[in-house]
Ligand binder design. Structure first.
Ligand SMILES: [Zn+2]
Length: 127
C-alpha cells in the first residue's frame, strides 16, 4: 500500500466576533419549545410572546413542565483586532460588502478577539 503524506499549512489570524447591532441586522428572536411534546412557539422579537405561549401551553397540558428557549442573535466576525476598528461613519455609510476587513461600528459593545485558523494561501506552501 502506497503511503500518503498529507501536508497542510495554516496561518494564525486575529478575528473579532461581535453581536450585530447595526440598524439592518436581523432581529434577535425568542422562541420556546415544549421538551415533552415538541410543540413550539413562533419566533418573536419580544420575549413576552414566547413566555405567554409557554403559559398557554402549560395551562392546556398540565403535565408539560419542561421547556427549551431558542434565542437567535445575529453576530458579525471580521479579520482584525477590536482596537483596529475605525470610528463609526457619521452618515451611517458602511464599507463595501467585499471589504473583508470591515470594521465594526462603535456601539458600546466590547467585542471579543479570538484566534482563528485558516488555510494559508496556496503560494505560501513550502515546496
Ligand atoms: Zn407540550
Amino acid at each position: 500500500m502506497e503511503s500518503v503524506s498529507p501536508r497542510s499549512v495554516f496561518r494564525f489570524d486575529t478575528w473579532t466576533l461581535q453581536a450585530d447591532r447595526e440598524p439592518d441586522a436581523e432581529p434577535v428572536t425568542y422562541a420556546m419549545r415544549c421538551v415533552v411534546c415538541g410543540a413550539a412557539s413562533e419566533p418573536a422579537e419580544d420575549f413576552l410572546d414566547a413566555q405567554h405561549w409557554t403559559f398557554r401551553h402549560a395551562g392546556r397540558n398540565p403535565s408539560h413542565h419542561t421547556y427549551r428557549e431558542t434565542v437567535n442573535r445575529p453576530w458579525r466576525a471580521w479579520r482584525g483586532h477590536p482596537r483596529d476598528a475605525l470610528p463609526a461613519q457619521a452618515d451611517g455609510a458602511r464599507p463595501a460588502a467585499s471589504d473583508t476587513t470591515r470594521p465594526p461600528r462603535s456601539d458600546g459593545i466590547r467585542p471579543a478577539p479570538a484566534e482563528a485558523v485558516r488555510p494559508a494561501p496556496a503560494d505560501t506552501r513550502p515546496s
